[in-house]
Design a protein around this ligand. Structure first.
Ligand code: PHE
Length: 497
């Protein structure tokens, strides 16, 4: 599917994304010690196309090797079953399931109106093939193209998306999203009232979703969630927002009813525990929609973030040469839903080729809960080190991007640190993945410490080794851990403690 060829210089440190904890934020020399093995290659070839490497290249082999697995269309794969369940909620929509995961920076960010300093653009959050080309961080990257082609009023786009992120049982650097959008052509109506009325009629045909809905905020808020007053009449956007919410409430009911059925079929106790489903709408922000919301579902004792959505930014439709169309869009992460539908406990399982996993799913039968076939013992190992004196360290970055619909690849709310960090947690995650692959279940910061005299920063991470396929021997775990320790020194110049 791809091959790599040798090149020169590259620094992995780019503009950092949202940060929870910033250590030693003083300005110092930028460290350029770390050169990704893969970025040193002259070019990357993916699907027969060659991408010359440059100082932005940071997509590693262990990610590219998975490119093209197309799990979301593999017969009887749980991600494909989840996709089909969602598609079935939108009759008449066109379903795009083969759009390529390699996109331009323009498609992924600019076409959607992402600010030039949006944290999602950072090399610490996004995999670049080179300065113009990325592995898409969300399926929204195709919105403008699909709107421009204008072959249907409604569509879904499903595919693999890529984000540099933490390692734990619900996060994996590749995951899948499904995007949906519906637009109407304003020019087909003689007035704004007729247009709005038409959408209201469509809404009435959807009927009630038969569920408790909390929606405490007005549709628009001048600062937090504005009407696009330059482009939309309030009644038009109101009608579209109402249609959007009702459509997604129906979808949420369909998904969680299926999840409930599966749970009840496998566990009799679950029948008594059932509480009625509830839905709530929370104001949100996305560069490509306004107003925007997240939909949350109360299911078995928790509020779960299910999706992000909103009224499509009109400049995006103008850019797509369909200025008279207006409508809504949503996006959601498939893994999170599939984990809950099937009771799959670890996100790495979706990539398994083991028949004990794959053999449990049948797209022609009602959804059945996954039966864990084995649980091998965990082998935790700690690594503690002093970070280099120069620059800041970015740690405890929010590990939420792969399942929640946050703005692609970064939290817009956190301020970027003042200078290039000497250590970014996502780079450590990459070293762990490069070295130990899917044999690592979790990586967590367990201690950080500043030396009172020297001001040096020390970090301690716990790496939990656990294979899904076999018991790792003490030796194997020690070996992997030793390699990771060596790589940390070689790539970041940390001093082991
Ligand atoms: N693209 C957004 C994300 O991945 C989700 C989204 C899609 C939000 C469409 C609004 C509309 O974070």
């Amino acid at each position: 599917m791809f091959h790599l060829a040798p090149v020169s210089r590259c620094s992995i440190f780019g503009l950092p994304p949202g940060v929870r904890c910033l250590l030693r934020p003083q300005c110092t020399a930028i460290l350029r010690r770390y050169q990704s093995n893969d970025a040193r290659k002259r070019s990357l070839t993916i699907d027969g196309k060659s991408y010359p490497s440059d100082s932005w290249t940071n997509a590693p082999e262990n990610i590219l090797i998975q490119y093209g697995r197309r799990l979301h269309v593999q017969p009887n794969h749980p991600l494909s079953i989840a996709r089909q369940l969602i598609e079935s909620c939108f009759p008449g929509f066109q379903h795009h399931n083969s759009l390529p995961g390699v996109v331009t920076v323009d498609q992924n960010f600019d076409s959607l109106g992402f600010a030039s300093d949006h944290p999602g653009r950072s090399k610490t959050d996004t995999y670049y093939l080179n300065q113009d080309t990325v592995l898409r961080t969300h399926t929204s990257a195709h919105e403008v193209d699909v709107f421009r082609a204008n072959t249907s009023n409604g569509y879904t786009i499903c595919g693999d998306v890529y984000r540099r992120d933490a390692i734990d049982r619900t996060h994996y650097p590749i995951f899948h999203q499904i995007e949906g959008a519906l637009t109407w052509d304003r020019s087909a109506f003689k007035s704004s009232e007729h247009f709005s009325q038409h959408i209201q009629n469509d809404l009435a045909r959807l009927g009630s979703a038969g569920v408790d809905v909390e929606d405490p905020n007005p549709t628009f808020h001048p600062e937090r969630n504005p009407l696009q007053a330059k482009h939309h009449a309030a009644e038009e956007a109101e009608a579209i927002a109402a249609h959007l919410k009702r459509s997604l409430e129906h979808m949420a009911v369909a998904i969680f009813t299926a999840a409930d059925k599966a749970l009840k079929a496998s566990d009799h106790a679950a029948q008594e525990e059932q509480e009625p489903l509830k839905i709530r709408w929370v104001e949100a922000f996305f560069p490509h929609t306004s107003p925007s919301w997240e939909l949350e579902v109360w299911w078995r004792g928790d509020w779960l973030e299910v999706l992000g959505c909103g009224v499509i930014e009109q400049p995006l439709l103008i850019r797509a040469d369909v200025p008279s169309r207006m409508g809504w869009a949503f996006g959601l992460g498939l893994e999170r839903l599939a984990m809950l539908l099937f009771g799959i406990p670890d996100i790495r399982l979706f990539w398994s080729k083991d028949q004990r996993f794959l053999g449990q799913f049948d797209e022609n039968k009602p959804i059945k809960r996954f039966q864990p076939f084995s649980k091998y013992p965990a082998a935790p190992r700690d690594v503690a080190f002093w970070i280099p004196d120069a620059g800041a360290a970015v740690v405890e970055t929010p590990a939420t991007t792969s399942s929640s619909p946050s703005p692609a690849g970064g939290q817009i709310t956190a301020a970027p640190p003042p200078d290039t960090p000497s250590f970014h947690e996502n780079d450590l995650m990459e070293v762990v993945r490069d070295t130990a692959g899917d044999s690592v279940e979790d990586v967590s910061l367990i201690d950080k410490f500043t030396h009172p005299k020297t001001g040096r920063q020390s970090l301690c991470y716990r790496i939990t080794y656990r294979s899904l396929e076999k018991t790792l021997t003490t030796e194997e775990a020690n070996d992997l851990h030793e390699q990771i320790r060596r790589e940390l020194v070689a790539r970041f110049g940390v001093e082991l403690r």
